[in-house]
Design a protein around this ligand. Structure first.
Ligand code: PLP
Length: 354
């Protein structure tokens, strides 16, 4: 730290992204990327748009917001595009939390939430998950603050149904509920259709996972026109051109080729089912994940040790050194071949243990 670094941030602990090794080729099952390339139309749109890189992108992102509006049957004014959903989550912490309105989220969830609270200097409260890693939304009903709910949750993969979330919205009409649906396309229920009915609901989605565009950085928020206007105030106060030309064009093309991405998501869900079953046969406990990853632990080996041994064998998974989930690894679902390699190496590692 330099002696010039503002005192405001001296105790800030930044987010640690999953490894993105550049030196050796791993089977990469650690950052929940899609194993499938973007669709042909997306690649063509990127190439075409690159011809106009000398010009700023459209700060309003009209083409993309119109396409989202048509796709989800809402108004363009109900959408804001972001440089990844991470940017929009940050805006939501900035916009809807302060000294009098803390951020509320589970103690085990997306690791970026406490960082956003920290960088924006807003108080936050972590609500413990149950023993079985489920989250009881009832615990939130009597608490004051802005709720951030990853659904499905990360890294457990456990999802809430629409009715339960709707009950929470109704029980707290004067507080904002932010639902982070990064993984919703892998078998969970989206609450996006509810944004016209509840002015306290903000839904955030990403093109990084089910739409094979993690490297393009594209996310969007959907909500009432007023909530979106608040986020726009912050966007125009930080970076009006937050989504670059190529990414915006790629987003439009991806929505047009939705059938391709839906088919890929189905493949991921099949591979998830296959992998979960095989891991259980090896003695693992596996949560009922509705995301493109599994969260699994085995009494025969610690999470950290399994992570290291898989890495030695060329397979990257994610391990979190947090008290209650230290025994687990999070495994991104890849192709069938990648999952077979993971299972083979895992079985060999367990064999070595005994
Ligand atoms: C991956 C992820 C994001 C971030 O997605 P980007 O759009 O790539 O910034 C947000 N929330 C959760 C829960 C995620 O897992």
């Amino acid at each position: 730290m330099s002696r010039y670094f503002s005192g405001r941030f001296q105790t800030l602990t930044p987010y640690t992204p999953g490894e993105q090794p550049q030196e050796r080729r791993y089977i990469k099952l650690n950052t929940n990327e899609s194993p499938f390339p973007p669709s042909p139309g997306v690649m063509a749109a990127v190439q075409e748009e690159a011809k106009r890189l000398q010009l700023y992108s459209d700060p309003e992102c009209r083409a993309l917001r119109n396409a989202l509006a048509e796709f989800y049957d809402l108004a363009p004014e109900q959408f804001l595009a972001g440089n990844g959903s991470d940017e929009l989550l940050n805006f939501a912490f900035m916009a809807f939390c302060d000294e009098d309105c803390p951020a509320l989220f589970p103690d085990i969830t997306y690791g970026f939430y406490p960082v956003y609270a920290g960088v924006n200097r807003v108080p936050f409260r972590e609500i413990p998950l149950e023993e079985d890693l489920r989250f009881s939304l009832e615990k939130l009903e009597s608490l004051h603050g802005t709720v951030f709910l990853a659904n499905p949750n990360a890294p457990t993969g456990l999802a809430k149904g629409r009715e339960e979330i709707e009950r929470l919205l109704r029980s707290r009409p004067d507080s904002v509920l932010v639902v982070d649906e990064a993984y919703v396309d892998f078998g969970a229920e989206s609450v996006l259709p509810l944004v016209s009915r509840y002015d306290n609901l903000l839904v955030i989605q990403t093109f990084s996972k089910s739409r094979s565009m993690a490297g393009a950085r594209l996310g969007f928020a959907a909500g009432s026109e007023d909530l979106i206007a608040d986020l726009n105030t912050l966007k125009y106060s930080t970076n009006p051109y937050n989504v670059n030309r190529m990414t915006a064009a790629a987003g439009v093309a991806a929505l047009r080729e939705d059938a391709y991405y839906r088919a890929n998501a189905r493949t991921i869900m099949e591979n998830r089912c296959f992998t979960a079953e095989a891991l259980r046969k090896l003695g693992f406990t596996v949560t009922d994940s509705k995301a493109n990853f599994l969260f699994a632990c085995c009494s025969r080996i610690g999470g950290g040790e399994l992570y290291r041994k898989l890495k030695e064998r060329g397979i990257l998974v994610r391990h979190f050194t947090l008290p209650r989930i230290d025994d687990y690894v999070r495994i991104t679902i890849g192709t069938r071949e990648e999952m077979e390699a993971l299972l083979e190496e895992t079985a060999a590692i367990l064999e070595e243990q005994s």
